[in-house]
Ligand binder design. Structure first.
Ligand code: 13P
Ligand code: SF4
Length: 328
């Protein structure tokens, strides 16, 4: 059985798992025996969030990955997140249950095209949203996440010329908030671009007591009507602290699991998408993570995320810079 061939063809270890086994129990046993830590993003399925040692947003997960004192990190999220974990903790083996768990934003910025774009603005500094490949990170001066984007942008002198990549919606949002005029790469997230303003307005009329909260990757018309805009962690905190009892949530539906756990007495409505049949509230990449794949990944220690030393060294600098600025 050639596991690498299977992974090459399928992206994950496509082997049958005995339906009789206690999967969470086996995963925890393997995790302990191999000194592994499981890091999970808020967008993964509830049963995976519940088995993770740490659940968080992109910033929190990067900080956890850097500090992790384990032999193995299993990253339940998408590929750029696992790459970031590897860059920040290069001596630890980083595994991802499905190597095809990509991100439409990261894919919207291929490194060759971005390099050409950057060359058109030789006097500009580059701020890249963490949702990009390691190659794009090597071309960046500093990285940001949705938690710290404003702080990172404001760490530059107001006269500094800036490129922001790859998310044009987040870039636009920060331009409006800070009065900057950053040059934007034309990328977007396939989940956050699909919300229907019309349907959200109808929902608000139906539930006038509801607060509408949105991730800054959403388009401008949605952000204009939002009661609160923030990263996944900020949205979660808002629902916990705000006295409202009902929230319409415009970000990937996985976060609703933590919202319901933190505020069991409140009602959370996933913001409706343009196409009611598409399940667009779900990030199909995040949802490639399953308990079965996690089990097989821990068992066989594959697929592993690997990067060249050169890429890791170059990409680490702008990420470390972000972590430093975030601490201030
Ligand atoms: P967070 O920075 O809030 O974790 O968002 C990550 C992401 O992929 C949003 O789509
Ligand atoms: Fe990427 Fe969008 Fe999925 Fe986030 S929700 S991982 S930005 S495709």
């Amino acid at each position: 059985m050639d596991l690498d061939k299977i992974i090459e063809n399928k992206g994950y270890i496509d082997l049958p798992v005995d339906s009789g086994i206690d999967l969470p129990g086996e995963i925890n046993r393997l995790k302990r025996s191999k000194n592994a830590v499981i890091l999970g993003h808020y967008y993964i399925n509830p049963e995976l969030q519940d088995i993770s040692d740490f659940v968080g947003d992109s910033l929190g997960l990067s900080q956890q990955a850097k500090e992790a004192n384990a032999d193995i990190i299993v990253f339940l999220g998408v590929h750029f997140m696992a790459e970031t974990a590897k860059i920040l903790n290069p001596r630890t083996k980083v595994l991802i249950p499905d190597i095809l768990a990509s991100c439409s934003l990261a894919e919207s910025a291929p490194s060759d095209a971005f390099s050409e774009f950057k060359n058109q603005y030789p006097d500009h500094k580059v701020i890249s949203y963490i949702n990009c490949t390691a190659e794009i990170k090597t071309l960046s001066d500093v990285i940001c996440t949705s938690s710290n984007a404003v702080k990172i942008v404001e760490s530059f002198h107001p006269d500094e010329k800036l490129i922001f990549a790859p998310d044009k919606n987040l870039g636009n949002y920060i331009n409006n908030l800070t009065g900057r005029n950053m040059v934007l790469w034309d990328g977007a997230c396939m989940v956050h671009e699909k919300y229907s303003l019309e349907k959200i307005l109808i929902l608000r009329e139906k539930y006038p007591d509801a607060k509408f909260i949105a991730h800054p990757e959403c388009e401008k018309p949605l952000l204009l009507i939002a009661d609160f805009i923030g990263s996944t962690t900020a949205l979660l905190k808002y629902t916990l602290e705000d006295p409202a009892k009902r929230f319409i949530v415009a970000t990937e539906s996985g976060i609703l699991h933590q919202m319901k756990k933190s505020s069991p007495d409140k009602i959370f409505i996933p913001a409706p998408s343009i196409d009611a049949t598409c399940g667009c509230n779900d990030c199909s990449y995040m949802k490639l993570n399953t308990l079965e794949k996690l089990y097989l990944t821990l068992q066989y220690e594959k697929p592993e995320v690997t990067l060249s030393l050169e890429v890791m060294e170059k990409a680490r600098k702008p990420i470390e810079r972000m972590l430093e600025i975030s601490k201030k």
